[in-house]
Design a protein around this ligand. Structure first.
Ligand SMILES: [Zn+2]
Ligand SMILES: [Zn+2]
Length: 367
């Protein structure tokens, strides 16, 4: 790849002063830094600009470039940059670099996950469950501050309560500011001189908590219920995380579920399908009688409307229960069954070639 002329890249004259070079770089860096400019070409453009600046801002390398049109050394980024963030910090301060976060106050506690097993019926109809789990809660002795009774946490002397420390270093780009969480107070901005004896200064203790959880009707395998503020509390008064109740639904013995739809495979006999009958279908509310009409074909679907699972976000509306009728053809026939079927075939003019059934007939005779 051809290297573009460094003066051209920065948009400056060959005789530009150090101040002009620096000014041009600042202007272009603000325009092309990938944190600011989302354009795909921006990262490449920014790299070119940085490279040009690194060479032209160094009198020795600039002189060599002016004489020979190139500079030795393969990697132009090897001149002391840790990366974009460093350059960005140097010019815009840490706040602009996307770092920082929430410093100077206690961090939030961790989220928790509880795996809850419920039955198929409970998932469809909804239920309430009591769950018990260990959790880090606010220390009752110190109220979460971590300070011994009669004392208060004090402002951290190392960071003056800011929770972060800045280290300034000089580089060829000028001042670079490194911002890190304060090591003394761990970013909290406050320190506890005499720790609470109950919690050792943490501001939280482990206990068992019991909660009643409402499981909405229609919930399904793998769904999670989020209970805000029921997770661990943070250190020293930090806000609590969330509790996620992960729901696991036990399979039903005969019903299958696809979202809001329930499916039941009903096995009926040849005569039942042909002559009609009444079968019993299990639903989540109990058994229900369903009519099989005379002449029902294999694969026929009978819908029990509104007997499926509720839609979670449509008040009260439920899916259907689909009864799929499977017709069982008898695998073996008694003599009288065979005669009845032969008579039936004769009546309908159905041609029956029974040669392959010879073995069965011999077996029947011996029985
Ligand atoms: Zn305490
Ligand atoms: Zn501090």
């Amino acid at each position: 790849m051809a290297i573009r002329d460094y003066y051209e890249v920065l948009g400056i004259e060959r005789g530009a002063s150090d101040a002009q070079i620096k000014k041009a770089f600042r202007r272009l860096a603000q325009q092309w830094h990938p944190d600011v400019n989302q354009d795909e070409a921006a990262a490449q453009r920014f790299k070119e600009i940085s490279e040009a600046y690194q060479v032209l801002s160094d009198p020795e390398r600039r002189q060599r470039y002016d004489l020979f049109g190139s500079v030795e050394g393969g990697d132009p980024m090897a001149g002391g940059f840790a990366g974009f963030a460093d350059i960005f910090d140097a010019f815009f301060g840490a706040a602009g670099a996307g770092g920082g976060g929430r410093r100077g106050r206690p961090a939030a506690g961790a989220d928790l996950r509880y795996d809850l097993r419920i039955t198929f019926e409970e998932a469809v109809l909804g239920t309430e469950k009591e769950i018990e789990f260990p959790v880090l809660g606010r220390c009752d002795t110190c109220g979460g501050s971590g300070a011994k009774a009669g004392t208060q946490p004090t402002t951290c002397p190392q960071c003056n309560g800011r929770g972060e420390v800045r280290a300034v270093r000089q580089t060829m780009l000028g001042q670079m500011i490194n911002v890190t969480p304060c090591p003394r107070c761990r970013g909290e901005g406050r320190i506890v001189e005499s720790p609470c004896e109950t919690c050792g200064g943490e501001g939280r203790t482990e206990r068992r908590r019991t909660l009643r959880v409402t499981i909405p009707a229609g919930i399904d395998e793998g769904h999670q219920i989020r209970l805000a503020n029921e997770g661990e509390v943070g250190r020293r008064g930090g806000p609590a995380g969330s509790l996620y109740v992960a729901v696991h639904v036990a399979p039903h013995a005969v019903l299958k579920r696809e979202g809001t739809e329930l499916i039941f495979e009903a096995n009926v006999g040849l005569a039942q399908a042909a002559l009609g009958t009444t079968i019993t279908v299990p639903t989540v509310e109990g058994e229900e009688d369903v009519e099989i009409r005379p002449g029902t074909q294999p694969g026929t679907e009978i819908r029990l409307r509104g007997r499926g699972a509720p839609y979670l976000r449509r008040g009260g509306q439920r899916g259907d229960l689909h009864v799929i009728v499977e017709v069982a053809v008898p695998a073996r026939l008694t003599k009288s069954q065979r005669e009845a079927l032969q008579a039936s075939a004769k009546a309908t003019g159905e041609v029956v070639n029974e040669a392959t059934g010879l073995l069965d007939r011999v077996r029947d005779k011996l029985a």
